[in-house]
Design a protein around this ligand. Structure first.
Ligand code: PEP
Ligand code: MN
Length: 368
């Protein structure tokens, strides 16, 4: 980031209760006053201190439930009055911001369908200028880290200092194990680029089902995430939106009981030394990998020149297939997954083709 913005750590947000990890829970959507209050009552009973509920729902297709609108904000006010919990909701435009602030909402989040749109994010940022409220920014639908950082910067430039990011996975075509595959490298890169920014995971929207929630939550905590925002409904099977991924407060309680919060750092000298030794070995292997990749590319270039001279096409599908098959077989024997090997080799192959194409075009320019 060009400009250094002030970003407060979660500990400086003035939030109630345990913030390691921070837990925000509540239904996908506010549906009825009874549903909101009953779910909130059960969650408060578990010690949850921040309640989420969508009031305006961005739906993919028209003519489905699009949220109860402003009326639901009164119910969230009642949640605060009856349970003492803070409340959080999604805003997608200026009007939502004004309404939410008017009704005393404590935390705002920007949804994935809004983060993709710089006009909408800027409109929200302008509406927030001079307001002191925490704002959480979900990743955009597509794995575009610049777009995510851009949205975060717009909110920071409005003077908001309690800013956090929510990782909710990225949309993908076709049927997948996850509703929104997590592509962990993106939030890891975000953390590298903005190390002070609190990072939450939204396992509900990553998974799209109840089975994988625990695994995703545990994994994110092991990756140093600071907390989670998770969908919970007192009667999830009958939820008006995202029924398949919502869990009862009871199920949430057992999920939270089962996760392990591991330490980030230790003072134990022998542990530190063992980790350091392993890291040194990893660094050495990374160097070797770079060296090997460079040598491989040099060979590709030589073959490229040779193919040129002899007028042979660059891509020979059968050779490429044989390379992949062999690599996958060898990789599997060494406990490396097919998907991993395929993606590494696809990247290497693409770079090798680019190098060969470059040779072709330079040669052409030189009129050889
Ligand atoms: C939600 O939190 O209910 C929601 C709409 O999420 P997302 O923006 O991640 O799709
Ligand atoms: Mn939802």
């Amino acid at each position: 980031m060009d400009k250094k913005h002030k970003i407060l750590s979660l500990g400086q947000w003035g939030l109630p209760g345990n913030i390691d990890p921070l837990v925000i829970a509540g239904p996908c959507s506010a549906e009825t006053e009874e549903q909101v209050l009953e779910t909130a009552r059960l969650l408060a009973g578990l010690g949850i201190r921040i309640f989420r509920a969508g009031i305006w729902k961005p739906r993919t297709r028209p003519n489905s439930f699009e949220g109860v609108g402003t009326e639901g904000l009164q119910w969230l006010r009642k949640v605060k009055a009856t349970t003492g919990m803070l409340t959080a909701t999604e805003v997608a435009n200026r009007q939502h911001v004004f309404e939410a602030l008017k009704h005393g909402i404590d935390i705002l989040w920007i949804g994935a369908r809004t983060t993709v749109n710089p006009f909408a994010v800027q409109e929200i940022a302008d509406a927030l200028s001079g307001v002191d409220i925490p704002v959480l920014i979900k990743n955009p639908l597509n794995p575009d880290i610049e777009l995510w950082i851009g949205a975060i910067e717009r909110i920071l430039e409005a003077g908001i200092t309690r800013v956090g990011a929510i990782h909710r996975g990225f949309s993908a075509y076709g049927k997948n194990e996850y509703r929104n595959p997590p592509h962990w490298q993106v939030p890891i890169d975000l953390h590298r680029r903005l190390p002070d920014l609190p990072l939450l995971v939204d396992p509900s929207h990553i998974c799209g089902n109840r089975i994988l929630l625990k695994d995703i939550t545990q994994r994110s905590l092991d990756l140093n995430f600071n907390g989670l925002i998770i969908e919970s409904h007192h009667n999830p099977d009958y939820a008006w939106s995202d029924a398949s991924q919502q869990i009862t407060p009871d199920a949430l309680a057992s999920l939270l009981d089962s996760i392990v919060v591991r330490k980030e750092q230790t003072n134990d000298a022998s542990i530190i030394q063992n980790i350091e030794e392993l890291r040194t070995q990893i660094d050495k292997i990374d160097e070797d990998l770079i060296e090997l990749l460079a040598r491989r590319m040099e060979l590709s270039e030589s073959i490229g020149r040779y193919k040129m001279k002899n007028n042979i096409k660059i891509l020979q599908q059968s050779r490429w297939q044989a390379i992949i098959d062999r690599a996958v077989k060898r990789g599997n024997e060494r406990n490396l997954s097919t998907g991993f090997i395929e993606s590494v080799f696809q990247t290497i192959h693409q770079e090798s083709i680019n190098k060969q194409l470059n040779i072709l075009s330079t040669d052409h320019l030189q009129g050889n």
